[in-house]
Design a protein around this ligand. Structure first.
Ligand SMILES: Cc1ncc(COP(=O)(O)O)c(C=O)c1O
Length: 432
């Protein structure tokens, strides 16, 4: 039988560019040999000291009847476990001075789900027939947002300004001149640090966005999957920001607990109620495991301590090693720049004038057993056909084993060099 799907069914179930890419990556990974270098995913690294903390919590829980029953045999309220919410609220009030209470917090099944709820709650077809959109003030942005709209054209994005900070480095900035808040804009959304680029919007940029959102009476959504106060994969002194019109999302994933699917949303009470209602309808409750594993570490603030003393230095070290390897391996072989790595798990590489386009580069690298993510997928919400830059970048994870990253960068150098050399040769032939 051939099934007919609804409009929403088609949108969610008939695949997306990124879905296909993920499938392709999955197949390549499954069929690849030991030489395969997986630099395409967003997996957090394995940090032995952190893994020990989670394992020891699991041992404590499994040895305790009451805790095991709470973990496995009870539904939490749709909003999340009450004790966990109180602990988060206390920790953020005490450590950051934010005026929040339990009313400002709810849980979702991972940060990804929080975004699906938020975007579709605020944007799309409105009851009075208007259409509203989410504004991304700076693309490239997190690929996981791109296919989340249940309505058409729910996203609008703005190209960044590019600052060439040193011979092989660059940094994106928000082009505030180009940022227009029309009545259609329902909310502004940024990830900070940004996946894929490792960009961290400065405190000034974020405050300016916050002011703009406030003036227009719309929320500013800040996706803090990587940042402070936890997990701490942020290498600048940028301050976390919250205000009454800000919706901040946190996640336990990049603490090393992606399998627990735990997202935390801090926002205005009215929105928190709406999100809890969505959880009740869609999933009844959220997974309890991440909340139960981390609860005492939140109550004791230890989570803030090891984000700073273990997780941040671990990723900073890996990022610096990978950056140094790229400098050494790429040298002056071809035109290349790397986005200043201020956080998150990735190197964002730009090959100005790349003759083949990043989608083709992805295929060529896959044939050489290196898996990366082609950059074009991160430029969504605006027409990029006239912007070569959007086809000249790739995202490479630096969170894998050092040797794997190094070998991957060596192969990237070979394949990119060849692409430039072939283009040079064919230009020469054409001239002759
Ligand atoms: C910027 C960003 N936001 C949100 C997510 C979703 O994370 P999770 O659903 O695991 O909390 C990710 C995952 O990689 C991410 O990179």
């Amino acid at each position: 039988m051939e099934y007919e799907f609804s409009v929403i069914g088609n949108r969610l179930a008939r695949g997306s560019g990124i879905g296909e890419l993920m499938e392709d990556l999955g197949h390549a990974l499954a069929s690849g040999g030991p030489a395969l270098k997986m630099l395409g995913g967003g997996q957090p690294a394995q940090i032995p000291e952190i893994n020990d903390i989670w394992r020891s919590r699991l041992v404590d829980i499994s040895g305790n009847h009451g805790l095991s029953a709470r973990l496995l045999s009870t539904y939490d309220p749709p909003k999340g476990n009450t004790e966990f919410i109180t602990a988060i609220s206390k920790m953020l009030r005490a450590s950051l001075g934010w005026k929040i209470s339990e009313e400002n917090i709810c849980l979702t099944s991972g940060g990804q789900t929080a975004f699906f709820y938020l975007f579709n709650l605020l944007a799309g077809a409105m009851p009075d027939g208007r259409k509203k959109q989410i504004l991304f003030p700076l693309v490239p942005e997190y690929i996981g947002y791109a296919a989340q709209g249940l309505d058409q054209d729910m996203f609008h994005s703005v190209r960044p300004l590019i600052e060439e900070t040193s011979p092989h480095e660059f940094k994106y900035h928000i082009d505030f001149e180009a940022l227009k808040i029309t009545p259609e804009i329902a909310a502004i959304c940024v990830s900070r640090p940004t996946n894929p680029t490792g960009n961290v919007l400065s405190d000034e940029e974020l405050l300016r966005l916050s002011e703009i959102a406030k003036q227009h009476n719309i929320p500013l959504i800040i996706d803090n999957a990587y940042g402070a106060p936890f997990p701490g994969i942020i290498f600048t002194d940028a301050k976390p920001l919250w205000d009454e019109h800000i919706i901040l999302t946190l996640s336990l994933s990049k603490l090393g607990l992606p399998g627990t699917r735990t997202g935390i949303v801090i926002g205005p009470p009215e929105l928190i109620k709406a999100l809890s209602s969505m959880t009740a309808i869609i999933g009844l409750a959220n997974p309890s495991i991440g909340q139960q594993i981390t609860l005492p570490l939140i109550q004791s603030n230890e989570i803030l301590g090891f984000s700073k003393t273990l997780i941040r230095p671990f990723y900073l070290g890996k990022s610096l090693t990978a950056q140094a390897a790229a400098q050494e391996i790429f040298g002056e072989k071809f035109p290349w720049r790397m986005h200043r790595c201020e956080g998150a798990l990735f190197l964002w590489l730009w090959f100005p004038g790349l003759p083949v386009g990043c989608a083709e580069l992805y295929e060529r690298l896959k044939a050489h057993e290196v898996l990366i993510i082609p950059g074009n997928h991160f430029f969504f919400g605006c027409d990029q056909t006239d912007w070569a830059h959007s086809r000249e970048c790739i995202r490479v994870s630096y969170a894998m084993e050092e040797q794997t990253v190094r070998e991957g960068l060596e192969i990237i150098a070979e394949v990119v060099s060849r692409a430039f050399a072939d283009a040079g040769e064919s230009r020469q032939v054409a001239q002759e």
